[in-house]
Design a protein around this ligand. Structure first.
Ligand code: IPE
Ligand code: IPE
Ligand code: MG
Length: 250
């Protein structure tokens, strides 16, 4: 009995792939009487915390929503600060990611970013490409609908080039063309900031993910909060269409 806690821990289900909608930066800043930008800056610390938490708990892939395809509609000044911050963090942090064996990649339509930022992203991806530790994907100018439409276009091109036939189009071949197809299936989707929606994030990939919503604003989300989300995941019963009896039976 004395060892029950330890053995419980060993049995804990660890999500292989966690994605996070990092929301609430603006409200966090406003609550402190600061401008929204201060919230985005403070949010960088939470990114560090979840990366550390993911490595410690043995998560294989962590996918973070940093900028949606809809976020261009924000005030120009906020968008511009977000781009600068992205550039700054990329330059400053990528060496550390590399040192920790993390493979870094960006998903989304990068064509709308400045040439300088695109170059920086490609450089960071190349530097860490061979790493075998945590796979950290940052979604920037990403939209779930864009992802699916893009995959459809890719398959259409393959049909046009006679590489595949129309009958080869199915959910498996489409899946292969979506972002993150090479990663383990998304197990857990976390959203901070108190809203209960997916905001056009990983629409395809979230088909059977567990959802975890918290009121905590992103800059307040730390390693302990991350660990709590994993604990909640461990308590969930994933049935994938089967009955509860079927999945509990050994
Ligand atoms: C999330 O925080 C960060 C981005 C979308 C870039 P918000 O900026 O959306 O913060 P709130 O939701 O306004 O508090
Ligand atoms: C979702 O947050 C996008 C990111 C966290 C990057 P938003 O704040 O943009 O979502 P909505 O607009 O409230 O749905
Ligand atoms: Mg928001």
């Amino acid at each position: 009995m004395a060892s029950s806690l330890a053995s419980l821990d060993e049995d804990k289900k660890i999500p292989q792939h966690i994605a996070i909608i990092m929301d609430g930066n603006g409200r966090w800043a406003q609550a402190q009487g600061k401008g929204r930008v201060a919230g985005h800056k403070a949010g960088v610390e939470s990114v560090r915390a979840v990366v550390t938490g993911a490595r410690k708990s043995g998560v294989k892939a962590l996918t973070l929503f940093a900028f949606s395809s809809e976020n261009w509609q924000r005030p120009e000044q906020e968008v511009s600060v977000l781009m600068d911050l992205f550039m700054f963090v990329l330059t400053k942090e990528v060496k550390r990611l590399h040192k920790n064996g993390i493979r870094f990649q960006v998903i989304g339509d990068l064509s709308r970013f400045s040439e300088k930022l695109q170059k920086n992203i490609r450089k960071s991806e190349a530097l860490t490409a061979e790493n075998t530790g945590l796979i950290l994907s940052v979604a920037a100018n990403y939209g779930g609908r864009w992802d699916i439409a893009n995959a459809a276009k890719e398959l259409a091109a393959q049909v046009q080039n006679k590489e595949i036939s129309l009958d080869d189009i199915n959910e498996y071949s489409l899946h292969k063309e979506t972002c993150l197809a090479e990663l383990p299936a998304l197990d857990l989707l976390i959203r901070t900031g108190g809203d209960y929606r997916i905001s056009n994030f990983l629409l395809w990939q979230a088909a059977y993910a567990e959802f975890y919503f918290t009121d905590i604003l992103w800059p307040d989300f730390d390693e302990a909060e991350f660990s709590m989300a994993i604990d909640v995941f461990d308590q969930r019963e994933r049935r994938f269409g089967k009955t509860g009896e079927q999945v509990t039976k050994k």
